[in-house]
Write a protein that binds this ligand. Structure first.
Ligand code: DGT
Ligand code: CA
Ligand code: CA
Ligand code: ZN
Length: 575
């Protein structure tokens, strides 16, 4: 599927247009179209096959962009992109992607200092040459140096949710190849790490040479680095690395165990095997020349005297000890989630109507959905102003009447927390909402003490239920807030309020490690997707993956409860 390829071309066009000083509306049109394509789960080819109208029905795709998509699908190139690329020096796009470098700055850096690569940017920042440029002070220099380091790690590791579609589409192609008996994506992907360095495909086959020859020719693979007898390394459009590894079917389970890792987990398992006079490798569990296990993964763990350990736990963070003691957690599962507790509709910056959201949630089998549009002062996200609050509540009630409350839309809001911890709606408005989330979208750089006070004050407000995306980090863009998390977790527990695990792919917030700490302290969690369009509802999988990495059980998750229990809890918190 060509979604990622076209998304990347549009994104590059937006960046080049911005660099050339073009009309911001044109730039935005390409950015939004890129977003639409990147978020789309259906192959764009399938939509294009239904005709021009189907393409134009996609958010942010008009006649012009629809024609460009058709052009690319037909010819494999995009003329408008090539033309722009002739006007913009190569390497400038990388510079532009450093957070804090806007088009104007990039242009200035290029014209005055010849900056056309990240290396040159690093050099002129380090040598302080930039200080002579208009608008460049020491503070900005420092900030860009920090951001440059962040951007570099971001190009190496990608958010899991950003590669999910591309990875699964490739998996389908791999499984369809003749000679492939089984295939699975292992590594950090299977462990639901928030970012992945590359994708590791395990393939069971009796004919590895032929299968690998065919796999490296699959469409979507743009570069082949190495092909060996039982492994190959390739690169996908956009630069993502994929490792293919083959094993015979008798070693499928041990191959899964090996390639899923983590390395630290596997090393500890091998030591455990040695202590029992056994040997563990990717081909099985062995006593001398005899293979005791290898065909299935549970059998490998069983041969070592252990229950099967779910991949998200495999980080050598105590899971092997817990398994030995028979004390593995009973991890929460995606099917146990009965509703999404943060989604945005057209009443703020979401793309879908309340009714569309309700219908999509019904398809997912949800019993409820908290619609949590932004509050008034978040202007960039079209926060709902006070004079629209009542009209919105009326529409929520109307949709519930129409659907018979299946799923039940909970009237909620994601309310801004000001720098001093005060909230963005007056108390009578908050009282009318059934569920109130509070969240930080500004003043990220307060001191640790101020930030802690701010979050505590927000959490303590009598109308508040859930602290949403608590650290406010954005993967590859912004580190989380500095705060005394232990203190905040303790207060949340004492107040009986919930912390969110926001599964939107560039947030993933709370992060797994903090969530595990909070879970260990008995804090309750709300899982959400922070969806801004229907397609985002699928990110619940990532919220659940993070919850699993945090060792969380269903009873620790608010939205595994049935609707009546949830409503009871929402009222109880306010008593
Ligand atoms: P990533 O790609 O950085 O997000 O993280 P992983 O965990 O996917 O790591 P990767 O791709 O380098 O290797 C995939 C798996 O292969 C890893 O999880 C465990 C296994 N593996 C790699 N190197 C070693 C090693 O030296 N010893 C053992 N036992 N396993 C290894
Ligand atoms: Ca990997
Ligand atoms: Ca790898
Ligand atoms: Zn938010």
């Amino acid at each position: 599927m060509k979604n990622a390829e076209i998304a990347q071309l549009f994104q590059e066009m937006a960046e080049m247009l911005a660099f050339l000083g073009e009309n911001p509306f044109r730039v935005r049109a390409y950015t939004q179209a890129a977003r639409t394509l990147a978020d789309l789960e259906t192959p764009i080819e399938a939509i294009a096959a239904q005709g021009e109208e189907a393409l134009q029905a996609l958010p942010s795709i008009g006649p012009d962009l629809a024609a460009k998509i058709q052009e690319y699908l037909r010819t494999g190139t995009l003329q408008a992109h090539s033309k722009l690329a002739q006007q913009v020096p190569a390497g400038v796009l990388e510079v532009l992607r450093v957070p804090g470098v806007g088009p104007k700055t990039a242009r200035l850096l290029w014209e005055r200092l010849g900056v056309d690569s990240l290396e040159k940017l690093q050099a002129v920042l380090a040598s302080k040459q930039v200080l002579g440029l208009p608008g460049f002070g020491e503070k900005k220099r420092q900030r860009l140096l920090e951001n440059l380091a962040l951007a570099e790690t971001a190009t190496q590791r990608r958010p899991l949710g950003a590669v999910l579609g591309q990875a699964r589409a490739l998996l389908e192609q791999v499984r369809a190849q003749p000679g492939v008996l089984q295939a699975e994506i292992c590594g950090s992907f299977r462990r639901y790490r928030e970012t992945v360095g590359d994708l590791d495909f395990l393939i069971a086959t009796l004919t590895p040479a032929q299968v690998l020859e065919a796999l490296v020719r699959l469409p979507g693979i743009v570069d082949v680095e190495a092909v060996g007898e039982n492994r190959a390394t390739v690169f996908l459009q956009g630069g993502l690395q994929v490792d293919f590894k083959t094993v015979p079917p008798a070693a499928w389970g041990s191959g899964l165990q090996y390639l899923t890792g983590s390395k630290a987990h596997s090393i500890k398992l091998r030591t455990l095997a040695q202590k029992q006079g056994l040997k563990l490798n990717e081909y099985g569990v062995w006593r001398g020349e005899t293979r005791l296990a290898g065909e299935d993964e549970a059998g490998v763990y069983r041969a070592l005297g252990l229950p099967w350990i779910p991949p998200p736990l495999r980080e050598d963070n105590g899971e092997i000890e817990a398994a030995q003691a028979g004390q593995l957690p009973r991890l929460v599962q995606l099917e146990e989630v009965r509703g999404d507790l943060q989604v945005h509709s057209r009443w703020s910056d979401g793309k879908a109507t309340l009714l569309e959201l309700a219908q999509a949630a019904q398809k997912l089998g949800y019993a409820y959905l908290a619609v949590t549009d932004h509050s008034q002062s978040l202007k960039v996200a079209h926060g709902v102003p006070l004079d629209r609050v009542q009209a919105r509540l009326r529409e929520i009630r109307k949709v519930n009447e129409k659907t018979g409350g299946r799923p039940y839309l909970l009237a909620g809001a994601e309310v801004e927390v000001a720098a001093d911890g005060s909230l963005d709606y007056p108390e009578p408005v908050l009282r009318e909402l059934e569920v109130v989330l509070v969240a930080v979208h500004s003043h990220f750089n307060l001191s640790r003490a101020q930030q802690t006070r701010r979050l505590l004050r927000a959490l303590e407000h009598p109308c508040v239920h859930i602290l949403a995306h608590p650290t406010a980090r954005m993967l590859g863009v912004r580190k989380g807030l500095e705060a005394d998390w232990e203190k905040i977790f303790r207060r949340a527990k004492a107040l009986g309020k919930a912390l969110e695990i926001d599964g939107y792919y560039d947030r993933m917030d709370l992060p797994d490690t903090l969530a595990r700490q909070a879970g260990g302290m008995g804090v309750l969690f709300a899982l959400s997707t922070d969806a801004h369009q229907l397609d985002h509802l699928r990110f619940m999988e990532l919220a659940v993956g993070t919850a699993q990495r945090a060792w969380l059980e269903p009873a620790q998750i608010l939205n595994t409860r049935p609707l009546t229990a949830l409503l009871d809890w929402l009222r109880e918190v306010r008593r």
